[in-house]
Design a protein. Structure first.
Lengths: 783, 285
C-alpha cells in the first residue's frame, strides 16, 4: 500500500475547525430548523410504568381535540411497522420482538405507547394528556444480580428467564495459573449506567411525495445510510426511493448510532398522511428513551506472582441490556470481553459474559462502548495487585507490557494489536509529570495530613472499525472525489461527522494530495442522495477508514488529471507536480498549467487523449484489513478533602499514541472532550432507577454532566507509532480520552485514600460517597 | 417540554398586578425571572391559567440606601446584586451570595424576590437573608406589611406570603463597624443548588466574637439560623478550637434534615458543620 506522498503543507497543521463559524453564529440547520410547508407535528405518549400489561387504551378524547389529525397505538401499526432492529449476531442470543409502539405490555419507563399527530406541537402535547390508558402492574426487574436468579420475575415469558445470552472464553490454562500463582486478587467492579446527553436531542422530519413516490427523512443520526436501509424494512418502502439526510447533528456520542422506533413511526405517519411530519425529542424523553451506556457488574480475579507478573485473569461479566435491544445492544459488552487484558500480556484468560434483561432503557454504544469498561476492569485490578504486593503501580505496568518488537501482538481473546510501543508512551508521561519526585512529594504531603493520590491508566484500545467481518452491516467506507469544471473540489464521504471536524481534517488531506487551497475543497456528508454509499461515524473510524477511502478516490482522480495534463503539456504523467493550484513538470514551474484549466479541459472534453473519459470523478470503497489499536498513558494527581469528600484534580497528563496526526488542534480537542466525559463517569454521572424502575435522574437538575469549570486543565502530548492498517498510518482518536480517564481518576482517588486502608470506591465518586468511605475507614469498617 | 396554554399579562404597576391576582385567584402565577416557574410549567407540574409578568414594573427594581438600610427591589437580578457597587461597599455578603447562584444565565434573569418567594430549601439567598436579619416587604389587598426573615420561610416551597400578595422590597440593615461576612456552599453538582450553604456575619473586636449570625440553607426543609453556634461563640476568641467546637452545633435542634439521591442526612449534617466552621474561619481571618 502506498504511503503519503510529498512534503506535507496542511497535514499536521493546527488548522481551526472550518465548521465553527456557522455553529457559533447560530447559522447551522439542525432538524428542528428545517421548515416544510404544511408540516404536522408528532408527540409520543410514553409508559409511566416499568412493567405492566396494557388493559385498555382510549384515544377518543385526544382524537376529538381540535387540531389533532390522528392518534395511533401499537395495535394500529403492529402489521405495518416491523420490529425495531438489532444487528447483533451472537450464538444463542434471544432476540425479543421490539414493537415501535408497545403492544399488550410495557417493559420500561419511557417506552412509546401511542403517537399523536397535530397541526402544531402544542396541540400534539395537549392531546397526550387526553389519552387514557389502564395498566395492570407487573413485578419489576431492575437489579442484574437478582434478574438472573431462577426465582426472578421474567420480562419475556417466551424466554423463560432474563438471560439474553452467555458467551464463554477459555484461553490457556487458567486453573493452573491460579493454582500456581503467589497471589489471587478478587474484586467486584461496577461500571454504572450512564446517559449520553447530546446537546441536540434526537429529531426526525419525514416527507412523502405521493406523485414521485419518494420518502425523504431528515434525522439527527450518525448512520444515514444504515437508517435508509432499515427504514425501508421497517415501513416496507422501497429503499431506492428513500433519501436520508443527517443535517447538522449536535453531538451523539454513540446515542445516534441507532435506529429508533420514533424514526419508523414518523416515516410511517408521513406516508399515511401525505404531509410532512416532524418529531423533536424533548430533553426528558432523551433521558428515558434514548439509549444509555455502560451498566456492567464484573466479578474479576487475577493471578499474580511476587515479581508482579500477571499470569491469569478470570471474570464473570454481567451486562445490562435493558428491556429491548437497540441496534448494537448485545454487542457492546463483547468489546469489554475482547479487550479485557488491556495493555498487558496475560496468557491465561477465562471469561463468562452474560447479557441480562431488565426493565430499563436499552444500553448501547456510548463513547468508548465496551472499552472503557474493559480498561476500568484491568486498570483497577492492576492497581489492586500492586497495592497487595506493595509495588509501585508504575513498575507492575512495565512488568506486564508486551515489548515493542512483539507487535503485531495477539492477545488471548483473539484480537491482534496492530502496532505499539507502550514503554515509550508511558515513559513520556512519567517524565512530564516528574513521577519519581512526585512520589516523594506525596509522602511529604501525606505527613502533613494531606490526602494526595496519583492515578495511572495505561490503556490499549481497539478502534478504526473496522474489517467488515468485525462490524455488523459492514466496516468499509466509501467516498467520491469530484473536481468540478471550475477546479473546485467536492469531497463526498460516507462517514457522518457530528462534531468531530472532518470537514476540516479531510480537506487538509485532500488539499495536500491535490495541491489546491483548502478553501477550494468542500467536504459533504450526511446525505444518501449526494453520497449514495456509506456506513457512518462511530468507533473512531472516520479518519482511518473514511479518510482512507477519500484519499484513494482522490489519488484516482489525480492520476486521471495527471494523464490529461501530460497530454496537454506533452509530458510524462509521472513527472508532474501538483502544487499551489498549478500542475507542472518537476523542475519547470514556469511552464505550469492551472489546475482549473485542466479541470475545464476534462469537462469540455474536446482534446482528451483516447483512453480518457470526460469528467473528473472517482469513487472508492475502502475495506480495512485490520483494526487499529491506539494506546496511551494518563496520569492524574488529586487531593481529597477528608472533611467533605470533595476531589481536586491538581494535574492531568495525557500522552496518547494515535499514529500520525492530521490536525493536532482537532486531536487535542477530541482528547479533552473524551477525558471530560470519562471523568464525568468517574466523579459525577450515574443513571439511578428506583426499585419500581422509575428513573430518578431524569433531568439535568439531577444528572450531572461535567461543565467547563469542573474539568481540569489537561497537559497533552503524543508519541507516534504509525498504524499499518491504512496508508496514512492513523489510528483514530474519538474515544481514547473516555477510555483512559475514568480508571485514571478512580485510581488516583483510591491511592489518595490508601493510607486509610481504602481499596476501592464505587463510581461515581461523589463527595458524599467519598466522605462515607473515609468515615467508614476511620471507624475500621472494612470494604 | 411544552407548557399547557395560559394567558399572559404584563402589568406596569404593582396595583395592576394586585388587581390581576385578586381577579384570577389561585389560577394566576407571578412571573419574575422564571427560572423555577417556567421549567415547572414545561414539565406540566404547574399549569397556571394566567401568568402575571412583573418585569415591566419599574418600581420593583433597583438597589438604594436609606437610613442605614439597603433597599433592594424584589425584581433586582442576582447579577445586579453581584455587580452592585453599593452592595460591595455596604454589604459585601450580598454580592458574594449572588455570585454563588447558578450560572451566568441564571444570574442574568433570576431575581432575589422570585427566589425568596419560591423558597427552594436549597436556594442560596435564604442563608444570607437570615444572617443579615433582613425584612421582606410585601403588599396585598390589605396594604403593605413587613416580614422578618426569621418568620418568612415556613416549609418546603412555602413562605409567609399570601397568594394574593407581592413581594416588593427586601430591606437589609447595613452592619456596623468591625463586621464581616462570608457565604460558602457545596453545590449539588448537577443543579448548582446548595447541598449545604452557610452565610456568616460576625462582629470582631480584638479577635473576640462580639456578635455572630449564621444562616444555613440546603440542609433542612426550612433554612435556619444556627442559634447554638451563635450563642456558643459569642464572647469567645476566634480560635480554631473555639470555632470548631461551636460549629459542631450547626444542626442542633434541626430535626428535618434533608436526604435525597445527592446527599444523605448524615452527610448534610456533616457539611453544615464543616461549612459553618470554614465560613466563620474565613470571615474572622
Amino acid at each position: 500500500m502506498a504511503t503519503l506522498a510529498g512534503p506535507s503543507r496542511l497535514i499536521g497543521a493546527p488548522i481551526k475547525r472550518r465548521e465553527d463559524p456557522r455553529l457559533i453564529q447560530g447559522l447551522s440547520h439542525y432538524v428542528d430548523d428545517l421548515k416544510l410547508v404544511n408540516t404536522l407535528h408528532c408527540a409520543f405518549l410514553r409508559s409511566d410504568y416499568a412493567h405492566a400489561e396494557i388493559e385498555n387504551i382510549d384515544t377518543e378524547a385526544a382524537k376529538r381535540l381540535s387540531g389533532v389529525v390522528t392518534v395511533i397505538t401499537g395495535e394500529d401499526i403492529r402489521e405495518k411497522v416491523s420490529s425495531v432492529p438489532c444487528a447483533a449476531e451472537i450464538e444463542g442470543l434471544k432476540i425479543p420482538n421490539h414493537p415501535a409502539l408497545a403492544v399488550g405490555r410495557v417493559r420500561f419507563v419511557g417506552e412509546p405507547v401511542a403517537a399523536v399527530v397535530a397541526t402544531d406541537p402544542y396541540i400534539a402535547r395537549d392531546a397526550l394528556d387526553l389519552i387514557e390508558i389502564e395498566y395492570r402492574e407487573l413485578p419489576v426487574v431492575v437489579d442484574m444480580d437478582k434478574a438472573i436468579e431462577p426465582d426472578s420475575p421474567v420480562i419475556f415469558e417466551e424466554f423463560g428467564d432474563n438471560i439474553a445470552f452467555t458467551m464463554p472464553l477459555d484461553a490457556g490454562d487458567v486453573d493452573k495459573a491460579f493454582a500456581e500463582a503467589d497471589h489471587v486478587i478478587s474484586h467486584r467492579l461496577v461500571n454504572q449506567r450512564l446517559i449520553p446527553i447530546a446537546m441536540e436531542p434526537r429529531g426526525v422530519l419525514a416527507e412523502y411525495l405521493r406523485g414521485e413516490g419518494t420518502l425523504t427523512v431528515w434525522s439527527s443520526t450518525q448512520i444515514p445510510h444504515h437508517l435508509k436501509t432499515f427504514l425501508s424494512l421497517l415501513v416496507d418502502f422501497p429503499e431506492h426511493r428513500i433519501r436520508v439526510i443527517a443535517p447538522e447533528v449536535g453531538g451523539a456520542f454513540g446515542s445516534k448510532l441507532n435506529v429508533y422506533a420514533e424514526e419508523a413511526v414518523v416515516a410511517y405517519l408521513a406516508i399515511q398522511l401525505g404531509k410532512p411530519v416532524k418529531w423533536i425529542e424533548k430533553r426528558g424523553e432523551n433521558f428515558t428513551s434514548t439509549i444509555h451506556g455502560r451498566d456492567q457488574i464484573n466479578y474479576v480475579e487475577i493471578a499474580v506472582n511476587n515479581d508482579g507478573t500477571i499470569t491469569g485473569l478470570r471474570a464473570k461479566l454481567l451486562a445490562n441490556m435493558g428491556a429491548y435491544y437497540q441496534l448494537l445492544t448485545p454487542i457492546i459488552p463483547v468489546l469489554t470481553y475482547l479487550m479485557i487484558p488491556g495493555a498487558y500480556k496475560i496468557p491465561n484468560i477465562k471469561l463468562e459474559l452474560i447479557g441480562v434483561l431488565t426493565n430499563k432503557m436499552a444500553t448501547d454504544a456510548y463513547r468508548g462502548a465496551g472499552r472503557p469498561e474493559a480498561t476500568y476492569i484491568i486498570e483497577r485490578m492492576v492497581d489492586l495487585a500492586a497495592q497487595k504486593l506493595g509495588m509501585d503501580p508504575k513498575d507492575i505496568r512495565f512488568k506486564n507490557f508486551p515489548q515493542p518488537d512483539e507487535f503485531p501482538f495477539e492477545i488471548p481473546t483473539g484480537i491482534i494489536y496492530d502496532s505499539g510501543n507502550y514503554q515509550e508512551t508511558f515513559n513520556k508521561a512519567l517524565g512530564i509529570i516528574n513521577y519519581d519526585d512526585l512520589r516523594d512529594q506525596q509522602s511529604a504531603r501525606r505527613k502533613r495530613g494531606k490526602y494526595v493520590g496519583i492515578g495511572i491508566c495505561t490503556y490499549a484500545e481497539i478502534s478504526g472499525f473496522g474489517p467488515s467481518i468485525g462490524v455488523a452491516g459492514g466496516g468499509w467506507e466509501s467516498s467520491t472525489v469530484r473536481i468540478e469544471r471550475t477546479g473546485k473540489v467536492t469531497v463526498l464521504t460516507g462517514v457522518s461527522p457530528h462534531g468531530q471536524g472532518q470537514e476540516t481534517s479531510f480537506a487538509q488531506i485532500m488539499a495536500d494530495e491535490l495541491g489546491v487551497d483548502i478553501d477550494d475543497i468542500a467536504v459533504i456528508h450526511g446525505d444518501t442522495g449526494r453520497q449514495p454509499q456509506g456506513i457512518g461515524t462511530f468507533g473512531s473510524r472516520a479518519t482511518p477508514v473514511g479518510g482512507t477511502a477519500m484519499l484513494i478516490a482522490g489519488r484516482q482522480v489525480k492520476d486521471k488529471m495527471a494523464k490529461l495534463t501530460a497530454h496537454l503539456l506533452e509530458a510524462n504523467p509521472d513527472d508532474l507536480v501538483f502544487e499551489n493550484g498549478k500542475i507542472f513538470v518537476q523542475g519547470s514551474p514556469a511552464q505550469a498549467v492551472e489546475f482549473a484549466t485542466v479541470a475545464a479541459a476534462a469537462h469540455n472534453a474536446v482534446n482528451l487523449p483516447p483512453d480518457i473519459e470526460p469528467g473528473l470523478e472517482a469513487t472508492h470503497f475502502f475495506e480495512p484489513e485490520k483494526f487499529t489499536n491506539p494506546f496511551g498513558a494518563h496520569i492524574a494527581i488529586v487531593e481529597v478533602d477528608p472533611d467533605t469528600g470533595e476531589i481536586d484534580i491538581q494535574r492531568y497528563v495525557a500522552v496518547d499514541d494515535i499514529g500520525h496526526i492530521i490536525n493536532p488542534l482537532l486531536v487535542t480537542g477530541q482528547v479533552h472532550g473524551g477525558i471530560a466525559q470519562g471523568l464525568g463517569q468517574a466523579l459525577y454521572e450515574g443513571a439511578v432507577y428506583d426499585e419500581n424502575g422509575q428513573l430518578l435522574t431524569g433531568s439535568l437538575m439531577d444528572y450531572a454532566v461535567p461543565k467547563a469549570t469542573q474539568v481540569p486543565s489537561v497537559e497533552n502530548d503524543y508519541t507516534v507509532t504509525p498504524s499499518p492498517a491504512n496508508p496514512m498510518g492513523v489510528k483514530g482518536v474519538g474515544e481514547t480520552g473516555t477510555i483512559a480517564s475514568t480508571a485514571c481518576i478512580v485510581n488516583a482517588v483510591v491511592d489518595a485514600l490508601s493510607p486509610l486502608g481504602v481499596k476501592d470506591i464505587e463510581m461515581p465518586l461523589t463527595p458524599n460517597r467519598v466522605w462515607q468511605v473515609i468515615e467508614d475507614a476511620k471507624k475500621g469498617v472494612s470494604e | 417540554m411544552i407548557p399547557g396554554s395560559f394567558e399572559y399579562i404584563a402589568p406596569s404597576s404593582v396595583d395592576e398586578a394586585l388587581a390581576l391576582l385578586k381577579e384570577n385567584g389561585e389560577s394566576a402565577k407571578l412571573l419574575a425571572g422564571g427560572h423555577s416557574l417556567i421549567p415547572t410549567m414545561k414539565l406540566r407540574l404547574a399549569e397556571p391559567e394566567v401568568i402575571v409578568d412583573l418585569n415591566r414594573i419599574g418600581a420593583l427594581k433597583g438597589i438604594s440606601e436609606s437610613s442605614g438600610t439597603l433597599i433592594i427591589g424584589a425584581l433586582t437580578t442576582h447579577y445586579e446584586l453581584e455587580t452592585s457597587d453599593l452592595a460591595h461597599r455596604k454589604i459585601p455578603l450580598l454580592a458574594q451570595t449572588a455570585a454563588a447562584i447558578g450560572d451566568v444565565q441564571v444570574r442574568n434573569k433570576g431575581t432575589i424576590g422570585g427566589s425568596l418567594a419560591h423558597a427552594d430549601p436549597a436556594a442560596d439567598w435564604p442563608a444570607a437573608i437570615l444572617a443579615l436579619d433582613a425584612e421582606i416587604k410585601a403588599v396585598g389587598q390589605g396594604g403593605e406589611r413587613s416580614i422578618k426573615a426569621s418568620d418568612f420561610f415556613e416549609d418546603l416551597y412555602t413562605t409567609a406570603i399570601d397568594p394574593e400578595e407581592i413581594i416588593t422590597e427586601i430591606h437589609v440593615p447595613i452592619p456596623g463597624a468591625n463586621t464581616k461576612g462570608t457565604y460558602l456552599k457545596l453545590p449539588q453538582i448537577a443543579s448548582g443548588f446548595a447541598l449545604a450553604g452557610v452565610a456568616v456575619i460576625l462582629t470582631q473586636v480584638e479577635n473576640i466574637c462580639q456578635n455572630l449570625a449564621v444562616g444555613v440553607t440546603g440542609v433542612s426543609s426550612v433554612p435556619y439560623r444556627a442559634a447554638g453556634v451563635e450563642s456558643d461563640l459569642r464572647g469567645k476568641a476566634f480560635s480554631s478550637d473555639n470555632i470548631a467546637a461551636a460549629a459542631e452545633k450547626a444542626v442542633d435542634g434541626i430535626d428535618d434534615v434533608l436526604e435525597d439521591i445527592h446527599a444523605s442526612e448524615a452527610y448534610r449534617k456533616n457539611l453544615a458543620k464543616v461549612y459553618t466552621r470554614r465560613a466563620i474561619e474565613s470571615a474572622a481571618s
